[in-house]
Ligand binder design. Structure first.
Ligand SMILES: NC(=O)c1ccc[n+]([C@@H]2O[C@H](COP(=O)([O-])OP(=O)(O)OC[C@H]3O[C@@H](n4cnc5c(N)ncnc54)[C@H](OP(=O)(O)O)[C@@H]3O)[C@@H](O)[C@H]2O)c1
Length: 334
């Protein structure tokens, strides 16, 4: 077994897009688990837009990553040494293992995975936090009902691609907003969205009426900014906007709020923020249903798996903000 643990640490708080100098690659001896602990050999790290927010000093729903600390990341790995009876050697796990090759854990916040049910990267995709965001965002926060017109931004990404497919499974109309013709074709031709709007080529506010003749009942917003503003002009009465995230604002020095928010009043609409780990006690039931749809071929999970190990992490994160991923961006570690 490897005796060196390669890690990526936060070296400086970025201004705008993270630069190479905001990171430091370090090595340490592979840790040895103490009593009640186990060692995880990390195989796949989740690359998430929210990582950019965790790098800021400002208060958020998680503690900021400290300067000098290993970058936080959800990850998948396998137990390779254990002093913990609940986590024997060979067990596959998901946890906040960070951007590193090996992590020592006492099991806090760690969940067990069944690799016979789905390939490991799918536990970061449709069966991971992003798939679960789509699931709880639609079914719990938005209280989706059959026949709703659902608009999804970031529609070819990890959350968005699953959200549109769940909307279709539940008998709704799904309209995706994504950047570029390849992504728009993929969500319509392969995932079954009813229509796609290419926000890089089309004016979203002008295009929406054609695809949403009965206006928008549910909007799963992953990007914020101008796209949120455009959808606000097209709300049906009682519309539910779910704020999953705001990728377009994560690198901004000053976040631009929605100037069309007064549309919520006339539409008697709601706009609700959500944090998926709040639903952790319901993950097993949600994963079982998502896995069933995967098995039946009604749901597709696409993972965009990058090679290169932890040293490829800084470039991998930038790919999200350049829109270079289709589906869930994952970094293969070892
Ligand atoms: N609330 C929660 O608990 C929770 C959990 C997980 C994720 N999220 C949020 O869900 C959102 C999507 O995350 P994800 O992991 O699924 O990422 P993703 O959608 O797979 O990747 C990000 C995508 O955002 C789009 N994008 C980047 N810059 C943009 C811009 N300036 N304007 C419009 N679109 C832009 C790009 O697609 P295009 O090519 O289409 O531009 C890019 O591919 C994020 O906001 C994330 O923070 C929230």
């Amino acid at each position: 077994m490897n005796s060196i643990n390669h890690q990526v640490r936060l070296a400086a708080r970025p201004s705008g897009l993270p630069k190479p100098s905001d990171w430091k690659l370090t090595t340490e001896p592979v840790p040895v688990p103490g009593p009640g602990e186990f060692l995880v050999s990390v195989s796949h790290v989740s690359i998430d837009p929210a990582m950019r927010r965790w790098m800021n000093a400002a208060h958020s729903y998680v503690e900021p990553v400290a300067i000098g600390a290993v970058m936080e990341a959800g990850a998948i790995g396998r137990v390779t040494a254990s002093e913990h009876p609940g986590f024997p050697v060979g067990e596959y796990l998901y946890g906040d293992f960070g951007v590193q090759e090996f992590a020592r854990s006492d099991g806090t916040g760690v969940s067990k995975l069944d690799p016979s049910l789905a390939p490991l990267p799918t536990y970061l995709g449709a069966l991971g936090v992003t798939g679960l965001t789509a699931y709880f965002g639609l079914l719990d926060v938005a209280r989706l009902s059959e026949g709703d017109t659902v608009v999804v931004s970031g529609a070819a990404g990890a959350v968005g691609s699953v959200a549109g497919q769940i909307a279709k499974i539940k008998g709704c109309r799904a309209i995706g907003i994504a950047g570029g013709p390849e992504k728009c074709r993929w969500i319509v031709d392969n995932l079954g969205f009813d229509a796609a709007i290419d926000y890089k080529a089309q004016d979203v506010a002008r295009a929406l009426p054609e695809y949403t003749p009965d206006r928008v009942d549910v909007f799963i917003d992953n990007v914020g900014g101008e796209i949120l503003d455009a959808v606000l002009t097209r709300l049906a009465r009682g519309a539910r906007i779910v704020l999953s995230g705001g990728v377009s604002q994560y690198n901004a020095q000053r976040v631009s709020g929605p100037s069309n928010y007064l549309e919520l009043i006339g539409a008697r609409a709601t706009m609700t923020g959500m944090i998926t780990p709040d639903y952790a006690d319901r993950y097993p039931e949600a994963r079982a249903e998502l896995a069933g749809w995967l098995r039946e071929g009604r749901l597709t999970s696409r993972e965009d798996v990058l090679e290169g190990g932890v040293r490829a992490f800084p470039d991998a994160l930038l790919k999200l903000f350049a829109g270079e991923n289709i589906g869930k961006l994952v970094l293969a570690v070892q």
